[in-house]
Ligand binder design. Sequence first.
Ligand SMILES: Nc1ncnc2c1ncn2[C@@H]1O[C@H](COP(=O)(O)OP(=O)(O)OP(=O)(O)O)[C@@H](O)[C@H]1O
Ligand SMILES: [Mg+2]
Length: 302
Amino acid sequence: MIVEAKGLRKQYNGVWALDGLDLAIEEREIYGLLGPNGSGKTTTILILLGLTEPSAGEVRVCGHDPVREPLAVKRLVGYMPEKVGFYEELSAFENLRFITRLNGIPEGEARQRILEALEQVGLKDVAHRPVATFSHGMRQRLGLADVLVKKPRLAILDEPTSGIDPEGAAQILDLIRLLRDEAGMTVLLSSHLLHQVQRVCDRVGILHRGRMVAEGRVAELTAPGGFVAVLAQASPILRARLEAAEWALAVEEPRPGELQVTLAEEGRPELLRFAAEEGALLLELRPKEPTLEEIYLRYFRE
Ligand SMILES: Nc1ncnc2c1ncn2[C@@H]1O[C@H](COP(=O)(O)OP(=O)(O)OP(=O)(O)O)[C@@H](O)[C@H]1O
Ligand SMILES: [Mg+2]
């Protein structure tokens, strides 16, 4: 686990901003921390970075404790804050140069990395323009370049798409995916827009009043409603047949020898026929629990 937090609590003036949060993120994962305003996303991020201390709980980021070793964490983690600040009178290039100096990256290599980062975020043509002339979307992309020049193991992005039009947001999300795929970076991003970020996240967690109310793989989001069946005495052949079946939307092995199948309501007769034909023992067939999306909507409507 590259990020591991257990029982995190944070109190501000008598109010619990985080109230027992557990979080575990695997290397190379893109994890989306979702939640309405004030649910604790930024507080979680600040704790992971060692920028604020938890009132209780345990945290490890890249194997280090951000409370005791904030510098070690800062070296390995790239951070894009909610409100990115730049030196307005300096150019994009000069702003990034400031970052590379701060991180002790040698001049020659820094130049290379800066140009590469600006190219990646589509700001190469305006590299020498003062940031004061940049639009909000350009600033967000420069914020991402800030993270890129560091080539961190873990990138923590607080609302990277906020205030950006859908097309610009899609570009930023594509870039985030590229970072994981090509540079092997792990990404933690926060957002309050499930629909926007779900296509790049491997997993999402939904925060509500400082607690994780739901967590899961995004693949599960796309199988709304429907049913879950559990088959016993499962063999690899049975699994392969299930995976090939059109009505089986997802196949998992929760315990050795058991297969859990997600299916739409219309798939039930097919499942029963399959179980009979294959001689598989059907242990359970029940309506699926609410999807992450349903949970998300429930909390966001409040
Ligand atoms: N420095 C602070 N002092 C006092 N209260 C704070 C402070 N920072 C956050 N809070 C409170 O903690 C709670 C969680 O805030 P946080 O900023 O973590 O939420 P968030 O999920 O990032 O929200 P948003 O979507 O608006 O960015 C809120 O109730 C907020 O008012
Ligand atoms: Mg926030």
